[in-house]
Design a protein around this ligand. Structure first.
Ligand SMILES: Cc1cc2nc3c(=O)[nH]c(=O)nc-3n(C[C@H](O)[C@H](O)[C@H](O)COP(=O)(O)O)c2cc1C
Length: 367
């Protein structure tokens, strides 16, 4: 049996383990569980095992759980039957998940998702995409009509209304990684010539309309987070904005529409978003919009980066320094939480010897 001694966090990282208030939410720590697809919800309904999985991470000290991507209630949203949906048929399953996380004093947002061109036509239905093409110009699915756009805006609003009624503490819109919302933001996949395409502010119109509809369907003070990224899962070098000014044009309509929190997805939190400044993507998003932001990317994957002497730009000490400087407001952790459900508590109390280094096969961990 391993014996461990609880220690106070090192002074330079202590702030990371202190309660905080962001976007009107009182969080027991600034750590957020990053959304991670789990494929454990047969028929789109989260099971008791899913509730226990999220409960364990809340008990382990994360302030906010952002669930795995959840399909909105439209047949074009996704094809995987084990990905959960936020529809009336799955409401009871979700209620149990929300109660489980709240019982551990955690907060929880569902991440609302539409696969866009990643949807497989398993049932003979073509994928819905901005322009009927992939980024290389190859045909893919069909270009959405204006009616299709209205239908998807309504589907997001309906799922958000359900989330609000079920007691979720907010919602996150998945506008990152090359899925539908991001395919509108990304010039390579958005080749529309109507008001939803063209310059950055017009490419943002679809996401902004979803934000406004979600706000109207919930409450004026209901937190609405938008997750965005430069990189795509199928192209790590892709970008939606080449300069800070272009990023400002992308984000401004989304903020004006009523977003309250921006989740800037990057693969390594310490990488500068633009040349000439060390600010990461969350830092730039905060500076350009004034909204609070969540950073993410390779936090705590290696135990060796946790100690005070760790000499790595991705160390916990470096993360804490950026947090103290106000570069971002919250820190999402993904893979480190798969094999270490109590990662936050373990790191807070200096129990580093209990923390397992991340390995790829842990993606299948589900407990
Ligand atoms: C197994 C797995 C599933 C993921 N699923 C999603 C998802 O559904 N939605 C999303 O926005 N990001 C998803 N991601 C990305 C994570 O949210 C996170 O941004 C990424 O893993 C980087 O953070 P990390 O280095 O702390 O793991 C997933 C990542 C992993 C490893």
């Amino acid at each position: 049996m391993t014996t461990t001694t609880a220690k106070a966090p090192a002074p330079d990282t202590a702030r990371l383990f202190t309660p905080t208030t962001v976007a009107g939410l009182r969080l027991r720590s600034p750590f957020v569980m990053a959304p991670m697809t789990r494929l454990r919800s047969p028929g789109g309904v989260p099971t008791a095992g899913v509730a226990a999985y999220y409960r364990r991470r809340a008990a382990g000290g994360v302030g906010l759980v952002v669930t795995e991507g959840v399909y909105v209630g439209h047949s074009s949203a996704g094809h995987e039957s084990a990905v959960p949906r936020l529809v009336p048929e799955s409401a009871a399953g979700w209620r149990a998940v929300v109660e489980a996380v709240h019982a551990e004093h955690g907060l929880i947002f569902p991440q609302l998702w539409h696969l866009g061109s990643e949807r497989e036509p398993v049932d003979g239905r073509a994928a819905w995409t901005p322009s009927g093409v992939r980024e290389d110009g190859r045909p893919r699915g069909r270009a959405m009509t204006l009616t299709d756009i209205d239908d998807i805006v309504s589907a997001f609003a309906a799922s958000a209304r359900l989330a609000h009624g079920l007691g979720f503490d907010g919602v996150e819109l998945h506008a990152a990684h090359g899925y539908l919302l991001d395919e509108f933001l990304w010039p390579a996949t958005n080749r529309r010539t109507d008001r939803y395409g063209g310059p950055a502010r017009d490419r943002s119109r679809f996401v902004a309309e979803i934000v406004a509809a979600v706000r109207a369907a919930t409450a004026p003070d209901f937190p609405v987070a938008v997750r965005f990224s430069q990189f795509k899962e199928r192209d790590y070098a892709a970008r939606i904005a080449d300069t800070p000014a272009e990023l400002e044009s992308v984000l401004a309509p989304i903020v004006t529409a009523g977003a309250t929190l921006l989740h800037a997805s990057s693969r390594r939190f310490w990488e500068p978003a633009f040349a000439g400044s060390p600010l990461n993507l969350a830092g730039w998003a905060k500076r350009l919009t004034g909204l609070p932001t969540i950073t993410v990317g390779s936090v705590g994957l290696r135990r060796a980066t946790l100690g005070p002497a760790a000499d790595h730009p991705g160390s916990l000490a470096a993360l804490a320094g950026r947090y103290r400087s106000g570069e971002f407001d919250l820190v999402a952790v993904g893979r480190a939480l798969l094999a270490n459900p109590s990662w936050v508590h373990d790191v807070a109390h200096g129990r580093h010897e209990q923390v397992v280094d991340y390995r790829k096969e842990q993606e299948d961990v589900f407990f």
